[in-house]
Design a binder for this molecule. Structure first.
Ligand code: PLP
Length: 306
C-alpha cells in the first residue's frame, strides 16, 4: 500500500521519495505561493471544484499566472486514483512562483537580455499523504480550544489587501506557531480573535456557531479564509431548514451559543469540547451537524464553483 503519492502537472506520477524542488524555489525561500488541502475519500477528491476555484482566486491575489484548472483537475484525479479508495488521504495542491533565479530582474542581470523570456515557471504539484492520527480523535471527541489574539482588526483585509488575508498562501508559519502555543497550554486548537474581540477563524479551520436552528460564521471581509467545508455545511443545512448567516461574532457569542465547530477539509467537523478551559457539553443536535457536513462535502463535488 503506497503511503505517499506525488503527481506533477504534466500528469506524471513521480517517486515521492525523490527530490522535486530546486533549492531556490521562491515558495521555500519566501512562502510565496498558494495551496489547497483536499480530503480523498473513496478514491475521490472531495469538493474539488470549490478547491480549484479558491486556488484560482488565491493565485490572482498573489499575481501568479492563472492556474490551468483542467491540468490541475487531471493531476488531482490521477493522484486520488493512485492513492486508492480503501482509506482517506490528505491531498495538497501546491503552486509556487517558481525559481528565484528565473524572476524578472535577476534573470535580466544574468543574461542582460529579453525580459519576456524571464517569466518564471511556477512550481506545481499534487501530493497525497496519510491523514494525521489527530483527525479521528477530533472528529469523535472534539477539540479543546483556546482563544488567541491575532493582533489585527477586522478592517485589515480591506485596508491592507497586500496582507492577502482571504488567500490560502503558503505562509503558515504564524498559524503553526499559534498551534504550538496552544499545545503548550494543553489545548488542541485555536480560535483567533481580532483587536475588537471579534471571532476570526482557526489556524487551519473556519469557526461556525450553532444557536437554536441557526448557524453563524464570520464573513470573509473580516479577514478570514472562505472555507469550503463551512460552505458545504451551509448549502446542506439550508436545505434541512437551518437559518445560515455570515455575521460578525463577538467572543461573548462563543459562550452563549449551543455549540462551536471548527470546520476544515480534512477533519471536517470538530466540536469545541472546551473553550479557554470551560467545558462545553455536546448538544442533542451534534450528530445532525456532523451528518450535514458529511453530506455537504459529498454533494459539493457536483455543485460546482463558488
Ligand atoms: N481558515 C484557515 C486559515 C484554513 O487554513 C482553513 C483550512 O485549512 C480553513 C479556514 C478551512 O477551510 P476549508 O474548509 O476550505 O479547508
Amino acid at each position: 500500500m503506497v503511503d505517499r503519492v506525488l503527481v506533477t502537472l504534466d500528469g506524471a506520477v513521480r517517486d515521492a521519495d525523490a527530490p522535486l524542488l530546486f533549492a531556490d524555489d521562491i515558495g521555500v525561500l519566501r512562502g510565496d505561493g498558494v495551496f489547497e488541502t483536499v480530503l480523498v475519500r473513496g478514491g475521490n477528491a472531495c469538493a474539488l471544484e470549490f478547491h480549484l476555484g479558491r486556488l484560482r482566486r488565491s493565485a490572482q491575489a498573489l499575481d501568479l499566472p492563472e492556474p490551468e484548472l483542467g491540468r490541475w483537475r487531471e493531476a488531482v484525479e490521477r493522484a486520488a486514483k493512485e492513492w486508492g479508495s480503501d482509506r482517506e488521504g490528505l491531498l495538497r495542491l501546491v503552486l509556487t512562483r517558481g525559481r528565484d533565479s528565473d524572476l524578472p530582474g535577476v534573470r535580466e542581470k544574468v543574461t542582460s537580455g529579453d525580459l519576456a523570456a524571464a517569466v518564471p515557471v511556477p512550481t506545481s504539484y499534487v501530493l497525497v499523504l496519510p491523514v494525521p492520527a489527530r483527525v479521528a480523535v477530533a472528529r469523535t471527541d472534539g477539540v479543546a480550544v483556546v482563544t488567541l489574539s491575532r493582533g489585527i482588526s477586522i478592517d485589515l483585509a480591506q485596508a491592507a489587501p497586500w496582507q492577502l488575508l482571504g488567500a490560502k498562501t503558503l505562509s503558515y508559519a504564524t498559524n503553526m506557531a499559534a498551534l504550538r502555543f496552544a499545545n503548550r497550554m494543553g489545548a488542541d486548537d485555536v480560535i483567533f480573535t481580532s483587536t475588537e474581540n471579534r471571532v476570526l477563524e482557526g489556524p487551519r479551520s473556519s469557526v461556525v456557531i450553532a444557536r437554536d436552528k441557526q448557524l453563524i460564521t464570520p464573513p470573509s471581509k473580516n479577514g478570514v479564509l472562505p472555507g469550503v467545508t463551512q460552505r458545504a455545511l451551509f448549502a446542506e443545512a439550508e436545505k434541512a431548514g437551518w437559518d445560515c448567516q455570515y455575521k460578525s461574532l463577538f467572543t461573548a457569542d462563543l459562550l452563549t451559543c449551543d455549540s462551536i465547530w471548527l470546520l476544515s477539509s480534512i477533519t471536517l467537523a470538530a466540536r469545541v469540547n472546551s473553550l479557554d478551559g470551560l467545558r462545553m457539553s455536546a448538544p442533542d443536535n451534534a450528530g445532525e451537524i456532523i451528518e450535514l457536513v458529511d453530506r455537504g462535502i459529498a454533494r459539493a463535488g457536483v455543485i460546482g464553483d463558488w
